[in-house]
Design a binder for this molecule. Sequence first.
Ligand code: SF4
Length: 397
Amino acid sequence: MNLYFRDYHAGSRLALVRRVDAPASGNPPVLRSEEAGGYEQLRLARDAACFASDHAALAPVNREVWQQLADGDIITVNEEGLVHRLFSGRERAATVYLTGHCNSNCIMCPVSDEERRTSGGLADEAMMAYLQMLPADVRHITVTGGEPTLRTALFLRTMRTIAVRFRQADVLLLTNGRSFSLQGFLQELLHLCPAHLCVAIPLHAPEAGLHDAITRAPGSFVQTNEGIGNLLAQGIAVELRVVVSRKNAAYLPELADFIVAHYPEVHVVNFIGLETRGNCARHLQALYLDAPAAFRAVQPAVLKLMEHGIDVQLYNFPLCAVAPGFWEICRRSITPEKIRYALACGDCAARPYCGGFFQTTLAMTKPHVQPIPRTALFMDNRDTQDAHASERSGREV
Ligand code: SF4
């Protein structure tokens, strides 16, 4: 979302948006300090706005800001007036982004080295304020990075706050799992842990040489596997994520054997198509498989896992790249703002159910698509809204 306040001079802020529906007055809306609660609010009228804490006024408000910011949104505004939305008031799913930094440097990471180095996330107290601003009835929280456990103290504080404030929420932690090789760290988390926690960990190969070549972090295979084992031993749900590329495509059946042998109790295994930006875009030649080729590579591993009673899902696989018998395990995993479709998708009866492509993948690879005729579609009666809603919990990889 590229929004900005013109002529902005109020400094960087984290604020909860409150829309004021009173007729436009040309003056900043009046806001008594006691209305602000314990944290910053942005009172937004059609043509003016002000911050609650100090009545710093912003005027005029651009049309785009008025149209796109909703009541309940949580935003940051930087010194230049650029707005970044951390939470949408229209949804009940929240992302908690702790840091861009990571102790691995995966060759197919959709984030570039530069982004990871420079993106530090909110300051500690701003993160606590953000968690308090979120509505108490948030249903799904994704804690992510970079590697979110690297900010150790903030990570543990965040998880404890979530455990107390959002008792009913499903919490998905996206991590490379290496920190959980340390029993002391795991015990700190378990001290006050969200009740409905699932830890999603990438596993790239069945052996150290290839896994570590993909993460470009020597020792990561051993640490990640120790982390997975430690979490499972404590009864924490673990989701394994396998990003499919030229590097590991030939080894997926062996990886499935490895998972069956070592982690039969795993919650789910998700095979994930590439997002061609950041490191992935930089190493495109060495990594890229088109979606049909990625599906052909994945299929035997999927069947092996299913034969052993392990749930499997496919993320970032357009339906026309997948054999119809596997459509049910395809998830609309791409964040709605990033989804794009090819021109030919306009003729496809499956488009309402298809997760499409990342904007960057479509632009860079110009994939061939095969529109699916209505006669081939077995999901005619499936409710599109349900399809959208059911994917929310697993999206954004
Ligand atoms: S043609 Fe387009 S909309 Fe249809 S399944 Fe393929 S990618 Fe999805």
